[in-house]
Design a protein around this ligand. Sequence first.
Ligand code: CA
Ligand code: CA
Length: 219
Amino acid sequence: MHMPTHRSTRGSAAAGFTLIELLAVMLIIAILTTALLTTGVLKAFTAAEETQTQATLNELSVSLGNLERDLGSFPSGDWRKFRSFANAHATRLRGLDGKQLDGGSEVNAGSEILYLLFESLGKSPGIDEKFLQDTDGDGYREYCDAWGNPLVYLCTLTDDAGQKTKLRSAEGDGFEEHYVRAVTKVDDDRRSRGSWQLLSAGANEIFGDDDDLQIFGKE
Ligand SMILES: [Ca+2]
Ligand SMILES: [Ca+2]
């Protein structure tokens, strides 16, 4: 009498344990699949945005090269220095309204100056309107990356320090002011920076780390 009961109890216990195991395995597979799909989809989005941003940087690079051939030098990313530059090339920059030379705030100045300059020369790069925004609200538009953050333009031949820029906080609530310095390969060697730099904070919306996108002007 004892033996069959004992066997039956063991049998049902074993079956119950297998069912729980099966459910646990199914749950783990479901979690892993979701995680893989989510990161895969996120990576695909990031790759598309990086490609778009790099295309914008390349377009601006070509336009800067043409501008240097036209005017003989690269513009400063600083409003005060840019006024001297614009005055020196006044005959070529006829499209530039004197009032515009007052400039906006010192935030995002480099990117705003590039836009103003290309517009006044009638040689705007083929960049989609959605990548042109006035993120800091000073009335001057900036070139932006695919995450909606302003690009930073630094003329490393004339602008010693870095530049203030406003970009979306990583949490997405409002804009934060950042100070961006020129990226040096070797400190104190100005030539190693190239003649200018265009920088994007990348997907993480923070300057100065590995996911930043940038392009350098050739010496
Ligand atoms: Ca602006
Ligand atoms: Ca970054």
